[in-house]
Write a protein that binds this ligand. Structure first.
Ligand SMILES: [Zn+2]
Length: 335
């Protein structure tokens, strides 16, 4: 399934320097998109309107810069130059610093080359990430060409919508923490399964709700084949359990980004579904995140969900042993 091949990256900027923190406040600033010049207008409007829908659902956490590469390598290089021009004009970096930071330039070029290959190989490719930016008072995102909106490789636009909402939820999470200390931010955000599971589950659930309300479109190329979060979640349970079975003794709370990271995405989405079933669908936004910086991750967890992390891990292990229908019932009965 294409969704399983979509690779989400949380690309972390480790540079920490004193800077403004007004980005931590929900505000009226409009998100800014920066598209490579070969990105079609339909893709641009789909991305913009999907982010608008996410902002309506969860609140406006900005300022946001969203950098989108196409499939033309020279256009990607121009976009990388625009990126540097912006950093320099805002005083975020010197020209020398941005020139020396080759990672982003290489990434944009690589993403364009790989997007161009989709038409040849038929293999879907999408990478997207929240890239930090808090030291400059903003949230930065980057994305390769979303294949569904670009009409490539039979990827559905619902999957592209989910990826964009997933990334935006990282801004929602990060906006509730004001410290500029990188390690302290990581501690407050919690384990990988919690960060990624929350982004993925909220993207799945909110995306589906926005489509059911007619706020987001469904993919007209797949009539009679409704995209269902329930199906995607069932797939995550299958793949997460299969990967975990190959690693006996691996604890959910210890999984980092890397080879085992996909387990944290898949089972983390289910862990958040379980927690939302227990404590209410809006518990993350209304109870957990507003308290996390004051209480710390573990105490905010206990306050929001009504059990401490150790008790949660024990109960969730039992949940993973249940039959699939009992597990899926957690999704069906959510508020
Ligand atoms: Zn993520």
């Amino acid at each position: 399934m294409p969704a399983a091949l979509l690779l989400l990256l949380l690309v972390a900027s480790c540079a920490a320097s004193p800077g403004p923190s007004q980005w931590t406040v929900a505000e009226e600033v409009r998100p800014e998109f920066f598209f490579a010049e070969d990105v079609a207008v339909e893709v641009r409007s789909a991305m913009t309107s999907t982010l608008d829908a996410g902002i309506e659902a969860w609140g406006n956490f900005g300022p946001i810069e969203y950098w989108v590469v196409g499939k033309d390598v020279p256009a990607a290089e121009s976009l990388a130059q625009r990126y540097c021009d912006r950093r320099i004009s805002r005083g975020d970096m010197t020209a020398q610093e941005c020139t020396a930071d080759v990672r982003r330039r290489h990434e944009m070029r690589d993403w364009a080359a790989r997007a161009a290959e989709i038409e040849v190989t038929g293999q879907p490719f999408l990478e997207a990430g929240w890239n930090g930016g808090f030291e400059w008072g903003l949230h930065q995102f980057s994305s390769s060409l979303p294949p569904g909106w670009a009409g490539l490789a039979e990827v559905r636009i619902e999957d592209d919508q989910t990826v964009l909402l997933h990334e935006y939820f990282h801004a929602v999470q990060q906006s509730h923490v004001t410290t500029l200390d990188w390690e302290e931010r990581q501690r407050l955000m919690g384990p990988v399964w919690f960060v990624e599971g929350a982004a993925e589950y909220m993207a799945q659930r909110t995306g589906e709700a926005l489509r059911l309300r007619g706020r987001l479109p469904t993919d007209p190329r797949f009539p009679g084949e409704p995209w269902r979060a329930r199906d995607r979640m069932a797939q995550k349970m299958r793949s997460g359990l299969a990967m975990r079975a190959e690693r006996p003794g691996l604890a959910l709370g210890e999984i980092e980004y890397g080879p085992e990271g996909q387990i944290a995405y898949d089972l983390g989405a289910w862990a958040i579904a379980w927690l939302c079933h227990r404590a209410g669908p809006d518990v993350l936004i209304q109870r957990f995140y507003p308290r996390v910086e004051a209480l710390g991750w573990s105490r905010a967890f206990e306050e929001a969900f009504g059990l401490d992390p150790a008790a949660f891990y024990a109960e969730f292990d039992l949940f993973l042993e249940l039959g699939r229908e009992q597990q899926l019932a957690v999704l069906a009965s959510r508020g």
